[in-house]
Design a protein around this ligand. Structure first.
Ligand code: ADP
Ligand code: MG
Length: 593
């Protein structure tokens, strides 16, 4: 007898489970399913992300509903559109042999009339985000007045996102006798409050200890000076060439900035946050799933519902405001039985937060040093050796081999290896040889280079359609400056500020003395308050990008369009490898060969 059969599931479900290839129930399924099938009860189940909670409520729910009635019998609330769709899909798979059972997803950002029409055709199960569900109820497009079951999935995340009032209001439209099943990864006070306020004597199930992080995730923290945060992030990426990661920032703004910088520095990165349209978010997630993006920089809210397995690292670029949120972040890695690492970049003043988190996750952090340049060079070299070992030979090169062999015939294999690796090594070495120690204990840190900078005022800003990236591009193009020559670009409404090295001041003032852009006179002045700029400019460059590449764009070209092509260029649809120079040089070598 199959392990799922023992739980009391019927033949249609067992057939579907078999099709999905599930062999044994997970712990939360083992514990919840028999109770939910046999009893009419409220339930609170706590289990980590990735432990199979969807099936834990999905199987019994499907079995209990009456497919011959078209009435809505169950409502599942979930925090995000992504999760909502994911649950809907799962439920459709589970119920594929229950022909007349319909599951309808209800979420914002899509046509409400479409969704209402689907419900009208008969939806025994509605899976909804709280905001859109509220709309539906208000407009009388959905009737949940006779449901038998309400599932609050990822309850902690829903409350984190501020859905308490919505949930309360939605529940007030459901019958008193319905049963409520609450599933959550953690049990913060707010969830406990929901349980005590809206549930009747719930059965409690806990898998693992409460609030515990996944056991196969190790936790590390890196102490750095605040201003070295970004450089530290790059080193962590360089030290892990196969990284496939989510990087968490606290705000949308930081998320966008860090992603833009990484892209500029040649990494396969992208931002995911609430200011992107649904379409943009879908595209980003698609590229992440297919590994075209290796570093996804995200806000907590946007990252909810990222259901990508195999994430190797979660990097906390900044710690979350709510310490509880840390568990959600680290839960994005170490899924499906794999190992994962959750890294935290912090400054000294935040160390006590680490102690608090340790208590919550009941796991110790390991304090680690940001890898130094030589360690990274070494890692990259070994990674390259491994790549070469795994590379399949492309026989398109066969016709050219005689010439190549001739050119190299005087070298032994040992010499060739040395030469080949020297080419690659030198790139990283040149970059990292002078790179400072980034650990905050060491006196060093990056040298301050604030003297010799000039800060300028310019009379265009966001009202003229500029953001800091496009203004920087525009200036670089007009002045024919290199990619790091214009920095600290700060765009305000109708004006902006930026910095350059002192040596460019004459050129800038001259260029913008009588400059007309789209019929508008652009005026640049040196700011009087030079002291307002104390921060050092970013000196360190990615190990992968050696040269200060010139911006050869033609003058007068539309800056927005250029940005985009710039970017797609850098990503180039490459998979797997982050490091552009190594990768391109390999490609170059292969194609020359
Ligand atoms: P949670 O909601 O706890 O985060 P999910 O329900 O999303 O977890 O399940 C995580 C993954 O595990 C999904 O891909 C799901 O299909 C798979 N899964 C669930 N239960 C089992 C099982 N018993 N055996 C194998 N895979 C399972
Ligand atoms: Mg879930």
């Amino acid at each position: 007898m199959n392990a799922f059969q023992k739980l009391g599931l019927d033949a249609d479900l067992l057939q579907a489970i078999n099709d999905m290839g599930f062999e044994t129930p997970s712990e939360v399924q083992d514990k919840s399913i028999p109770i939910l099938l046999e009893q009419e009860t409220d339930l609170v189940a706590l289990a980590q992300t990735g432990t199979g909670k969807t099936a834990a409520f999905g199987f019994p729910l499907i079995q209990k509903l009456d497919p011959s009635s078209k009435k809505t019998q169950a409502l599942i609330l979930s925090p995000t559109r992504e999760l909502c769709l994911q649950i809907t899909n799962e439920l459709k798979n589970y119920s594929k042999y229950k022909r007349s059972l319909n599951v309808v997803a209800v979420y914002g950002g899509a046509s409400i009339t479409e969704q209402a029409r689907s419900i009208e055709r008969g939806a025994q199960i509605i899976v909804a985000t709280p905001g859109r569900m509220q709309d539906m109820i208000r407009r009388r497009l959905a009737d949940i007045s006779s449901i038998g079951y309400c599932v609050l999935d990822e309850a902690d995340e829903m409350l984190n996102m501020g859905f308490y009032e919505d949930i309360k209001s939605i529940l007030s439209h459901t019958p008193k006798e319905k049963k409520t099943w609450l599933f959550s990864a953690t049990m913060p006070k707010e969830v406990a409050k929901i349980a005590s306020k809206f549930m009747d004597n719930p059965v409690e199930i806990t898998v693992g200890s409460k609030n515990k992080g996944t056991a196969n995730v190790s936790h590390e923290y890196y102490l750095v000076n605040h201003r070295n945060r970004y450089d530290a992030l790059k080193r962590l990426a360089d030290a892990n060439p196969d990284i496939f990661s989510v990087i968490f920032c606290r705000t949308k703004r930081d998320t966008q900035k860090v992603a833009e910088k990484l892209i500029e520095d040649g990494y396969n990165a992208a931002a995911l946050h609430g200011d992107l349209s649904q379409n943009q978010r879908d595209l980003v997630m698609k590229s992440f799933r297919t590994r075209q993006i290796q570093m996804l920089v995200a806000t907590d809210v946007a990252a909810r519902g990222i259901d990508v397995d195999d994430i190797t690292h979660v990097i906390n670029y900044q710690l979350p405001d709510e310490i509880e949120t840390y568990t959600h972040r680290s839960g994005r890695t170490g899924r499906a039985g794999k190992n994962g690492v959750s890294m935290v970049i912090i400054s000294k003043s935040e160390v006590r937060k680490i102690r608090t988190i340790e208590k919550i996750i009941q796991q110790k952090f390991e304090q680690k040093e940001i890898p130094d340049g030589m360690e990274i060079c070494k890692t990259q070299l070994f990674h390259l050796a491994d790549d070469i070992r795994k590379t399949e030979i492309n026989h398109e090169i066969d016709p050219y081999l005689p010439t190549i062999n001739e050119a190299l015939e005087d070298f032994t294999k040992e010499e060739l290896i040395k030469k080949f690796f020297s080419v690659e090594f030198t790139r990283f070495f040149n970059y990292y040889q002078k790179a400072p120690d980034l650990s905050s204990e060491s006196a060093g840190g990056r040298p301050e280079v604030s003297e010799g900078n000039t800060r300028y005022f310019i009379n265009v800003g966001s009202k003229d359609g500029f953001d800091w990236m496009s203004l920087k591009d525009f200036l670089k193009a007009e002045l024919n400056l290199g990619r790091d020559d214009v920095f600290k670009v700060d765009v305000k409404g109708s004006f902006s500020f930026f910095n350059t090295d002192e040596q460019h001041t004459d050129l800038i003032l001259k260029t913008f003395s009588e400059f007309n852009h789209n019929g508008r006179f652009i005026n640049v002045e040196v700011t009087k308050d030079q002291k307002s700029d104390k921060g050092g400019r970013r000196r360190e460059r990615s190990g992968g990008r050696r040269n200060n590449s010139r911006n050869d764009d033609k003058k007068g070209e539309n800056f927005k369009g250029r940005r985009r092509s710039d970017r797609s260029d850098k990503k180039g649809g490459r998979k797997g490898s982050r490091n552009k120079n190594i990768e391109t040089s390999l490609k170059r070598r292969r194609s020359k060969a």
